[in-house]
Design a protein around this ligand. Structure first.
Ligand code: HAM
Length: 421
């Protein structure tokens, strides 16, 4: 679990802003659900035999409640969708969310026990058009975040009957080869053989190379859905590859499945930035209406490692420097007038030496320092130092705010939405 200190928060906020804007452009609205949900919700939605449910959930009992810190956002979103009868009010629902998730995994670079996800879910559209739109939106988002080397993989898992047939064929293929499997895959052979396809262990990779592909078992509807998805992606010129071995760690997926990787030299080739897919049966299986759904989630810490975006580190635009205790009151008043005009500023109410205050202005990235010493107070002026342009001038106190604002705007320094003074 990480602390995010103010020096790093600018990049977090920038990514969150770009994310929210992108999602709003696509008609998604924000939903906020609790960090804690009943444990059975995750067991039913994600699947009893998944790593997440078996090993990674932070679960606890409180009085008679079995509770879990959410390991992901989809189950909670589906619960909220059902609980509030959203389907009876709108046929199509597009929700996005951002927030912490919790999984007791072995920590490593890009893998944490509390991590942030940026996610979204669409309820009520079964067609491949929205699958393609979602993937295309994510590619555009990652490009805007300046993530190099984006690679999209797509696959189709078909529906429940396809999965059952594939599972049977897979067990039939793997059983005579069981001795060559890693111990953890051997354990999964009966409980969750599909996950063996996802193993990174070289012993398993060798065995699964010739395993039956799920594509052999897709029914006509699944095939048509997948063909249409590819057709739409081709028409949009969204780059992707079909990976017939792609499976994911959560059991709720049906039909479309996708993953996006990027920046392999920073993250390592195995690290996925975004994972998602269709889960057409989950809402009904949780006791809700028979509503198809698709969604994705991106790991925010991983996006930050992968992204080349930079955010200026300056915390303030201007520093008001009262020299001595007698100037503090005028300093507070001047700082208030600057802020009313959207200028980010700090006033050093300790009223210390000019040298110390200039040092602090520099450290905070202030461009302008407004100095109020004894002589300035007596004359009703303020001494304005422009640290970038190396200029110094004495301005009447009544004019200072307007002139400082003009200077900052001319230097295209971000000045917050201005409130007229
Ligand atoms: P997921 O693949 O489990 O999918 O997680 C999505 C993303 O969250 C991963 O690709 C990764 O970037 C990030 N992530 C997962 N675990 C960690 C971790 N321990 N540390 C850092 N980042 C992590 C889901 O969670 C699904 N709910 C996605 C979805 C939404 N499918 C349909 N709708």
């Amino acid at each position: 679990m990480n602390d995010v200190l103010p020096d790093e928060i600018g990049r977090w906020q920038r990514v969150e802003q770009i994310y929210a804007r992108t999602l709003h452009l696509h008609g998604f609205r924000e939903v906020r659900t609790p960090y804690v949900e009943p444990t059975p919700l995750f067991v039913r939605a994600i699947g009893e035999e998944t790593d997440v449910v078996e090993k990674e959930m932070y679960s606890f009992e409180h009085h008679d409640d079995a509770l879990t810190l959410r390991p992901e956002g989809t189950a909670g979103a589906a619960r909220a969708y059902i609980e509030h009868g959203v389907q009876s009010r709108e046929p199509l629902t597009r929700w996005w969310y951002a927030g912490p998730m919790f999984r007791a995994e072995r920590p490593q670079r890009g893998r944490y026990r509390q991590f942030y996800q940026l996610g979204a879910e669409i309820f009520g559209d079964s067609g491949p058009g929205c699958d393609a739109e979602m993937i295309d939106m994510l590619v555009a988002l990652l490009n805007e975040l300046r993530v190099p080397g984006i690679e999209v993989s797509v696959n189709s898992l078909g529906g429940a009957s396809t999965r059952a047939q594939h599972r049977e064929a897979l067990v039939g293929y793997l059983t005579p080869r069981a001795e060559a499997l890693s111990p953890s895959s051997l354990r999964r052979l009966q409980s969750n053989p599909l996950r063996i396809l996802d193993s990174k262990d070289p012993r398993d990779r060798d065995v699964v190379r010739g395993a039956p592909s799920i594509h052999e078992f897709l029914d006509a509807g699944d095939r048509e859905h997948f063909a249409k998805l590819r057709e739409y992606l081709d028409a949009l010129h969204t780059p992707y590859t079909v990976d017939a071995q792609l499976v994911r760690g959560l059991d709720y997926y049906t039909r479309t499945l996708f993953e996006i990787k990027g920046a392999p030299e920073k993250l390592g080739a195995g690290s996925t930035l975004v994972g998602g897919g269709r889960y057409d049966a989950m809402v009904a299986s949780l006791g809700g209406p028979d509503v198809p759904a698709i969604g994705f989630a991106a790991g925010l810490e991983r996006l930050l490692i992968a992204s080349d975006i930079e955010v200026p580190a300056n915390a303030i635009d201007a520093m008001v420097a009262p020299i001595g205790a007698s100037a503090v009151s005028s300093g507070l008043e001047l700082a208030r007038a600057l802020r009313r005009n959207g200028i980010r500023c700090e006033v050093d109410t300790r009223g210390g030496s000019l040298k110390g205050q200039l040092r602090r202005a520099n450290a905070l990235g202030a461009r302008i320092v407004l100095i109020l010493g004894e002589s300035e107070l007596a004359e009703g002026v303020v001494q304005v130092k422009d640290l970038d342009a190396h200029l110094e001038e004495r301005l009447a106190r009544g004019d200072a705010v307007r002139i400082v604002l003009d200077r900052l705007v001319a230097a295209s320094r971000s000045v917050d939405s201005r409130v007229p003074s």
